[in-house]
Design a protein around this ligand. Structure first.
Ligand code: PLP
Length: 460
């Protein structure tokens, strides 16, 4: 028997009732993408209020790498809850804060000091503040296809207008954008003698010549593998080439490991694949298995640039979240989860690689470790994105017991963010369902159907 168990249609009656209440009372911007309301979660499984069980390939958007309701994480959090919930670390400190800082600087390449916050966006904002304080400069370089969060500075660094930026202007200023080294949609025509990664990194020189002087740039922020942008894996020499330019011009190199960190790519942190030591690293999501926690880690000289009291807030580094994070690190200690990440990625890419022989709509299958994605196109020559078709595939998958997420500027990728504790049986069962949905939508997508669907399309 498989793990998926559907005892009602999806959404079931109880989910529908709660979703009606949602519509009545919750702001429209927070509309959930999944049609079932969750009651419990364990490992890689979700159970809804109607008693249906789903396989989770979203992991709370890359948060649940160690799995839902991990017993050790819950035990650590419970123990802390029995002691105290909050003091505000900068008012009355507690041991777990510096303990986690000490543990993480051992693991994050180049790091010597840490500061904790609540969300990825908050950590991104603080990384920029630190870089500005250290360099005395203002400008920040970010990438096309980047996602760094939704608060003011983070949103300015994010590279997707709809639905994130529309109606919210003006955003924070002095952000300059450069194309990312996307092998499937190359931003440059490169000559032999120079690698693709080098040619893409050289686009920075053009930005310095045309848009902002390198001496005015405080930081460059880059995702080692682009997340929301479509799980784009750059060539190996790309990050080192970017880092070299940063060193040349005294620019702080910030790696945003919010989605790539904590084993997602088969290493603890994705920059390890390239050998680059960032000046600052931003972490969040899977750091604490669902408790809101994020951090900035980096070289002491840079981290210590802002004066005492310059960073903080009421909640950063909540003790319950820190206890969860310390338990998460224990779970990674044996190396088993990293190994598992590699195997999950291989399975997903092998199965979808095979499916690509049959389904023309699959344009690209890519990934690093368990951070895998499939990009769908309407035509392999023109690479026209098939975003609406992906929406239909994912809706169908949800009705059949699998939660998966889209990615990409046009929403035309399916990304895999399952907990790393997903069993082989669960993974194959979920892929079987998903492949069926892909086949069905690809077979039924006549041009007429597509244009009718397009006119009704809702962004996910
Ligand atoms: C690479 C990256 N940076 C930053 C963020 C923002 O994190 P948060 O949603 O916790 O603010 C995200 C969220 O998806 C992300 O993927």
């Amino acid at each position: 028997m498989g793990a998926i168990r559907l005892v009602t249609e999806v959404p079931g009656p109880k989910s529908r009732e709660i979703l009606q209440r949602h519509e009545r009372y919750v702001a429209r911007a927070l509309a959930p993408g999944f049609p079932a309301v969750i009651r419990a979660a364990r490992g890689a499984l979700l159970e809804d209020v109607d008693g249906n069980t789903f396989i989770d390939l979203a992991g709370g958007v890359g948060v649940m790498n160690v799995g839902h309701s991990d017993p050790d994480v819950l035990a650590a959090a419970r123990k802390q809850l029995e002691c105290f919930v909050h003091t505000d670390y900068t008012v009355a400190p507690y041991a777990a804060y510096s303990e986690l800082a000490g543990r993480l600087v051992e693991l994050v390449p180049g790091a010597e000091k840490a500061a904790f916050f609540n969300t990825g966006a908050e950590a991104v904002e603080n990384a920029v503040k630190i870089a500005r304080s250290y360099t005395g400069r203002k400008a920040v370089i970010a990438f096309e296809g980047a996602f760094h969060g939704r608060t003011w500075m983070a949103l300015a660094l994010t590279s997707k207008t709809r639905p994130y930026k529309q109606g919210f202007l003006p955003l924070a200023g002095e952000v300059y954008r450069v194309p990312y080294a996307n092998p499937y949609r190359p931003p440059v025509v490169w000559r032999s003698g120079r690698s693709f990664g080098e040619a893409c990194a050289a686009l920075l020189d053009g930005i310095f010549a045309e848009h902002v002087a390198a001496e005015d740039v405080a930081a460059l922020i880059v995702e080692p593998v682009q997340g929301e942008g479509g799980f784009v894996v750059p060539p190996e020499d790309y990050l080192p080439a970017l880092k070299r330019r940063c060193e040349e011009h005294g620019i702080v190199f910030i790696a945003d490991e919010v989605q790539t960190g904590f084993g997602r790519t088969g290493r603890m942190f994705a920059v390890e694949h390239s050998g680059v030591e960032p000046d600052l690293v931003v972490v969040a999501k899977s750091i604490a298995a669902g408790f809101p926690l994020s951090g900035v880690l980096g070289k002491a000289e840079i981290m210590d640039a802002p004066v005492e009291g310059a960073m903080g807030g009421t909640y950063p580094g909540n003790p319950v979240a820190l206890a969860g994070a310390l338990a998460v690190l224990e779970r990674f200690e044996s190396g088993e989860l990293l190994e598992r990440s590699e195997r999950i990625g291989e399975t997903v890419r092998r199965r979808f690689g095979e499916l690509a022989g049959e389904v023309e709509m699959i344009g690209d299958v890519r990934g690093l470790g368990a951070m895998s994605a499939v990009e769908f196109v309407r035509d392999r020559e023109t690479k026209e994105p098939a975003g609406e078709e992906v929406s239909r595939m994912l809706r169908l998958a949800a009705e059949r017991g699998v939660l998966a997420l889209p990615a990409g500027l046009k929403g035309n990728c399916i990304r895999f963010l399952s907990p790393l504790v997903i069993t082989d049986e669960q993974l194959h069962e979920a892929l079987e369902v998903l492949e069926g949905c892909v086949r069905e939508v690809a077979a039924g997508a006549s041009p007429e159907e597509r244009s009718a669907a397009d006119s009704l399309a809702n962004p996910i």
